[in-house]
Design a protein. Structure first.
Length: 573
């Protein structure tokens, strides 16, 4: 901007023209349109799709001589500072307190000329307001997010006000009913706090809850779309009560604080039936709890909704419809392996086939499928169950996980005697899955004979549709992820962050896949006990698409971002 141009003595249209955001002809057209609509010029330009709300806010702030508020300042505002202004006042006057010092309160406003509101804020807080300018959409999102957190904090504070350690005399309760109409006013405060944690986790579609003790407070984090996020931080004095309550629900020893313990219980809330797997681990500040939430209400995925590309979908469908052999899916914990296999069972089940599963745990309940839950404590192991299933005349068998030589041996025998076997293995990629099976102890000639398909998968987060925006990555970013700029035909995208996605920029997940159909040349390599790299190079020559490449394909079609692919996959070497 030239030194002789003063925006504070200029009109909105002049500033926009001077900044190059609109042309003189567009300004003249907007002035004509404004006479018909009788709206402000800025709104008229937005309606004409010439500028956006953020452009207008920036120009308005420049004209008024104030700073412009950005997403981070408002959406990450300290709730304790925001609470200095009552919510009703903040919403009706479109203001949000975001920072303060001894004498000044930084306040975001839509209308910095509203002197009555500024004076009222001064009287309310006994501080001098320093104004920054916000647009209406950002202000609405920030008010919802920040005051939502204030309400949550107030509820937690009220709940833990009178926390005491619950004794074992309360008794074991296997099922927790979280329905609001079932809650009793006489419930212990710690019960309300634990129920609140579960309610928030279920509402946010969380898969895990982490209760992590630190020196002065307890971090309650939940895993949403594969990434942990803090939802509350009660004081460390609440830890003992939380741990005791969880132990009682899980039928664990409340007196044992030195050793790890594992348990389970169920939650029933409106429309939900959730199995909770509990792991307790002693740490230097107290016992840490991790709870895995398994929604058993229903399985509504299919092979298309999981994210299978068309070419992969055809290969996968062909392999799961073979009369015998093995289909093995690999990946780390939480990568969606079991979900893919459930979708496969849902695709092929019929009245003519006997499908049986052996799992630990049973993650989803499928109609028309015989599902067996393993209980190691009473001797109902994978091995003993599989031996019994041999006498149950199965056509298709799903083994939750191949963990040891015994399970692997039975799975191979099933597949070599006319049965179709699905299972999972913990491995990093598809080629590594084959060598993992050999490492477990299966003879090379058996692995080569029984395998139909090996598939590795990962879950990547989808860009939030409510805050999706175009993104122009730097050459360094493209080089880091291995994406040739010549492959980019349209725009790349990322999530800006909004209240709908908890300001992460992502909402929901989809799977990416690396498939190796067992062709003749690959079977020969397995028979010869070839190393992982030889298997991988041959698979690539056969047309295998790597996990990184599958992720980049999803970047190019605008479904996910470069950052997410880098987080979830490794570079192809």
């Amino acid at each position: 901007m030239s030194t002789d141009f003063n925006p504070q003595f200029s009109r909105i249209g002049e500033i926009l023209v001077h900044q190059g955001k609109i042309s003189e002809s567009q300004l003249n057209q907007a002035l004509v349109e404004q006479k018909n609509t009788r709206e402000k010029l800025g709104q008229t330009l937005i309606d004409m799709n010439v500028i956006n709300e953020e452009d207008l806010t920036g120009v308005y702030a420049l004209q008024m001589g104030f700073k412009k508020a950005d997403n981070f300042i408002l959406l990450e505002a300290d709730s304790a500072i925001a609470a200095m202004i009552p919510e009703d006042f903040a919403r009706s006057n479109r203001v949000l307190a975001v920072n303060k010092n001894d004498s000044t309160l930084v306040v975001a406003m839509e209308d910095p000329e509203d002197l009555v509101t500024i004076d009222a804020i001064k009287r309310l807080t006994n501080l001098s307001p320093e104004i920054i300018v916000s647009g209406p959409t950002l202000m609405e999102k920030a008010l919802d997010k920040v005051y939502g957190e204030i309400q949550k904090t107030a509820e937690v504070s009220e709940t833990i006000e009178s926390i005491t350690v619950i004794s074992g005399d309360e008794g074991s309760q296997e099922v927790v009913n979280l329905s609001p109409d079932k809650a009793s006013k006489e419930d212990a405060p710690i019960v309300k706090l634990v129920n609140l944690i579960f309610q928030e986790s279920i509402k946010e579609r969380a898969t895990d809850i982490h209760v992590e003790p630190m020196e002065k407070q307890v971090y309650i984090r939940i895993r949403i779309d594969g990434v942990l996020q803090v939802i509350m931080t009660p004081p460390i004095s609440s830890l003992s009560g939380i741990v005791t309550r969880i132990k009682i629900l899980s039928k664990l020893n409340i007196a044992e604080k030195r050793l790890p313990q594992d348990g389970r219980f169920s939650i029933r809330s409106p429309g939900k039936d959730i199995d909770v797997r509990v792991s307790i681990l002693p740490t230097i500040y107290g016992e840490k709890i991790v709870m895995r939430l398994l929604d058993k209400t229903g399985f509504d995925f299919n092979l298309t909704s999981l994210g299978f590309p068309r070419e992969n979908l055809g290969v996968f469908k062909k392999m799961i419809n073979q009369p015998y052999g093995m289909v093995v899916v690999s990946g780390p914990t939480g990568s969606g392996k079991s979900t893919s296999l459930y979708a496969a069972l849902k695709e092929i089940k019929s009245e003519r086939t006997n499908i049986t599963t052996v799992e630990d745990p049973v993650e989803y309940q499928l109609d028309g499928v015989n599902q067996v839950q393993v209980f190691e404590d009473i001797g109902l192991t994978f091995g003993s169950t599989l031996r019994s299933i041999l006498r149950q005349d199965p056509d298709i068998l799903l083994i939750g996980e191949i963990r040891d030589g015994e399970t692997a041996d039975i799975a191979v025998k099933f597949s070599l005697t006319g049965h179709l076997v699905f299972s999972t293995v913990h491995a990093n990629d598809a080629a590594g899955t084959i060598t993992r099976l050999l490492d477990i102890g299966i003879a090379p000639f058996l692995v080569g004979s029984c395998l139909n398909l090996v598939m590795a998968q990962r879950l990547v987060r989808r860009i939030c549709l409510d805050c999706k925006e175009e993104h122009n990555p730097t050459p360094e970013e493209l080089k880091m992820v291995g994406l040739d700029p010549n492959r980019i035909k349209g725009s790349l995208y990322r999530g800006k962050g909004c209240t709908e996605c908890r300001n992460t920029g992502y909402k929901g997940r989809l799977a990416i896949f690396e498939m190796i159909p067992m062709a003749r040349n690959l079977r020969k390599l397995v028979y010869e006990s070839a190393n992982e790299d030889d298997i991988r190079q041959t698979a690539l020559k056969n047309g295998m698409v790597t996990l990184r490449e599958a992720g980049l394909t999803r970047v190019l079609d605008g479904t996910t971002s470069l950052e997410e692919v880098m987080r979830s996959t490794v570079e192809d070497l």
